[in-house]
Design a protein around this ligand. Structure first.
Ligand code: NAP
Length: 252
């Protein structure tokens, strides 16, 4: 196949879905999107989709060769660090070009009371980050990142698409819901549960930003977990348009 040929999009984000939709009509290009397969009813991208892990960096390299993939866009979530690291290693091993599509992180505006923290991988790090904050915590870090908080003696509001799995904090309330969320809805949630502090990750984008606006309105502090660094030397785009331009450059 001429040009780029077969493009793999590592997905699981709104940007990945937009990229798949926008590239669907490009001639000379076959797109396959990959999802980890963790969410029970995932929002599916347009076009061909595969589900499940590849079996580490070597498994991904094997898959790229077997499927004759000629380029990869890693459009996974900014905190999906393992997948991004694997993509970088597999790209290096196979010579298949890789672009990492990462939306910019959030920047504080007037009225925001943010403290950047992280990593929050251990109970000690979680406790240290929360020191001096009130008892009632809206822990909005995603259901895969709750374990470091499980042993802490605080009250936690947890929210996720699918039910979170143990270990979970003893004092907790779980809300099952899927974004995007509205500022009004988030404000009501913070008030209903008398939240003292919000803990979230610097995901960026609009899907998860409403809680930050609601926290600002309510004067509630936010602990914002820093992003993991990208593997050294990887090519990066901040927008879907930038990723399309990269693909078009390869095609031409
Ligand atoms: P991760 O920790 O970086 O990856 C763990 C493993 O999951 C990878 O080694 C890989 O398994 C598999 N995997 C991850 N993304 C994959 C993909 N797009 N296609 C196929 N396999 C994938 O990732 P994570 O943080 O658990 O995120 C998993 C998925 O959820 C990603 O697609 C991500 O975009 C999406 N997501 C994550 C977050 C978040 O907060 N982390 C938020 C929203 C959406 P193998 O090693 O077996 O290949």
């Amino acid at each position: 196949m001429p040009g780029v040929g077969r493009l793999l999009i590592l997905g699981g984000t709104g940007e990945a879905r937009r990229l798949a939709a926008e590239l669907a009509g490009l001639s000379g290009l076959a797109v396959v999107s990959s999802l980890a397969g963790r969410v029970r009813a995932p929002a599916l991208p347009q076009g061909e989709v595969r589900l499940g892990g590849f079996g580490g960096a070597l498994g991904l390299a094997r898959w790229l060769r077997a499927e004759h993939v000629t380029a990869v866009v890693d459009a996974t979530h900014p905190f999906a660090a393992r997948m991004t690291a694997n993509a970088a290693v597999a790209s290096e091993a196979t010579g298949v070009p890789l672009l990492v599509l990462r939306r910019p992180g959030w920047t504080a505006g007037p009225g925001d009371v943010w403290r950047r923290v992280g990593p929050l991988d251990t109970p000690d790090e979680a406790e240290a980050a929360l020191a001096g904050c009130g008892d009632r915590v809206f822990l909005a870090t995603g259901r895969g990142h709750l374990a470091p908080f499980a042993s802490l003696d605080r009250w936690f509001l947890l929210r996720s698409v699918d039910p979170p799995q143990p270990p979970l904090p003893r004092r907790r309330h779980v809300v099952l819901d899927r974004g995007p969320f509205t500022v009004d809805g988030e404000r009501a949630l913070l008030a209903e549960h008398r939240i003292d502090v919000v803990v979230t990750r610097d995901s960026g984008g609009t899907m998860a930003a409403a809680k930050l606006a609601a926290a600002r309105d309510a004067g509630i502090p936010v602990l914002l977990q820093r992003r993991p660094p990208l593997p050294p030397g990887v090519e990066e785009a901040a927008t879907v348009a930038g990723a399309i331009a990269w693909v078009e450059r390869l095609l031409s």
